[in-house]
Write a protein that binds this ligand. Structure first.
Ligand code: IPE
Ligand code: IPE
Ligand code: MG
Ligand code: MG
Length: 391
């Protein structure tokens, strides 16, 4: 982590976007006063008490996961509890400040979607294999590191209902702590063997390619929607696919089942990112744990915006929306609020919701090679959750 080359490389990767004029550095913690962590995420991610499904419903936490079977529930929740313990231990450092800064987002909560997919994928082999929990920790640490970096790039002030690391400390601290988390993930994956290291490295490279492609924007002549879908497959589908793959792989599931899990992960990952982008427009911060409208403010075009720009509806609202969106990043508060209001009511948002639904259905279809049973039903319930999350 103290290797200057590594840190320098990451700094280069996170230079300000070439297309997007930067605003002044995000305000400090003051911007997030009054933000309440989403109830589902508070209880869904921290501590074993919050993990139990509500009695008699079979439903779990912020992801609406359905456990048809108590033994599946106790296997998965037991694994997630073990992940929590190892996650905290894995980021401890001899330097108390590094420990505090690295634990900041671990303790802020989060849905633990990637560890959950490892745990569910492992149900198709031996879920008790000792490598399953560290594999889940590697995935969550990699995810966490990208969040530290992403909030610098996106100048986000709130993450997981808490001040982002860049907001609480500085951009430099957030970048370096992100590097530290990548290093910890690499260390743990080394214990899992060469194949785990290779997969984690390739996944991370794909993820970074997605972030870079988003930053640079479509090439001349490239369709913006195709570009966007490629970006989200790389930046989000990649890690979620590898999480599901790790579950199959480290539990010794049949190779065909592991492949099906990875295909499912990639597709549900795209649907998940699409739904997250829709929430950025449609939600209140209490629901997402983030500041709504961040993508719009930063000029990151997401599917509803791309659909709105591509539409030729002649009604006054659609014309006005296109006019505002064409100006680029919406740093002016009034214009930002106007665009957000118009987008929330637009046919483009409705069309984007249909796209989410079609990816969620595709993800469900990819489960076909897996044996029927409670674990497959739980994975199917995630498709419903993602499809319904924004409607
Ligand atoms: C946030 O991921 C970034 C996206 C890929 C949309 P999550 O929505 O899984 O974030 P946490 O882990 O719950 O905070
Ligand atoms: C999150 O991307 C980071 C990665 C997926 C690598 P976004 O910028 O789209 O997500 P949020 O809205 O900040 O969580
Ligand atoms: Mg972001
Ligand atoms: Mg981003």
């Amino acid at each position: 982590m103290t290797d200057g080359r590594g840190v320098g490389g990451v700094r280069d990767a996170y230079r300000p976007p070439v297309r997007i004029p930067r605003r002044g550095r995000s305000n400090g913690c003051g911007m997030v006063e009054g933000v309440v962590k989403p109830a589902g995420e508070r209880s869904g991610a921290t501590g074993s008490g919050g993990r139990r499904s509500r009695a008699g419903t079979g439903q779990f936490g912020a992801l609406g996961l359905y456990f048809a079977d108590p033994s599946l529930e106790s296997s998965v929740l037991g694994m997630l509890d073990a992940v929590e313990v190892e996650l905290r231990a894995s980021v401890a450092s001899a330097d108390p400040f590094v420990t505090e800064a690295a634990r900041h987002l671990v303790e802020a909560g989060g849905k633990r979607f990637r560890p959950l997919l490892v745990a569910l994928g492992a149900q198709f082999g031996d879920p008790g294999d000792a490598q399953v929990v560290p594999a889940a920790v590697v995935m969550e640490l990699t995810h966490l590191a990208t969040l530290y970096h992403d909030d610098v790039m996106d100048e986000a002030a709130v993450r997981r209902g808490a001040p982002s690391a860049n907001s609480r400390w500085t951009n430099s601290v957030a970048i370096l702590v992100g590097d530290y988390l990548f290093a910890r993930a690499a260390d743990i994956s080394a214990e899992l063997g060469t194949e785990a290291v290779r997969l984690q490295a390739r996944t991370f490279a794909r993820l970074v390619h997605g972030q870079i492609a988003e930053t640079v924007g479509p090439r001349a002549g490239e369709d913006p929607v195709d570009h966007y879908l490629q970006v989200i497959a790389e930046k989000t589908g990649s890690l979620i696919a590898t999480s599901a793959r790790f579950g199959g792989m480290f539990s010794g599931a049949a190779p065909a089942h592991t492949e099906a899990l990875a295909g499912y992960g990639e597709t549900i990952g795209v649907a998940f990112q699409l739904s997250d982008d829709l929430l950025d427009i449609a939600s209140e911060s209490v629901q997402s744990g983030k500041t709504p409208g961040t993508d719009l403010r930063e000029g990151v075009p997401t599917l509803p915006v791309l659909y709105a720009l591509a539409a030729d509806d002649a009604d006054a609202a659609s014309v006005r929306l296109r006019e505002i969106l064409a100006t680029g990043p919406l740093v002016d508060d009034d214009l930002h609020a106007e665009a957000l209001g118009l987008l929330r009511e637009s046919p483009a948002l409705k069309r984007a919701r249909e796209t989410v639904r079609s990816y969620a259905e595709d993800a469900r279809a990819r489960l076909a090679p897996l044996p029927e049973g409670p674990a497959r039903r739980a994975l199917e319930s995630l498709c419903d959750f993602v499809a319904d999350r924004t409607s």
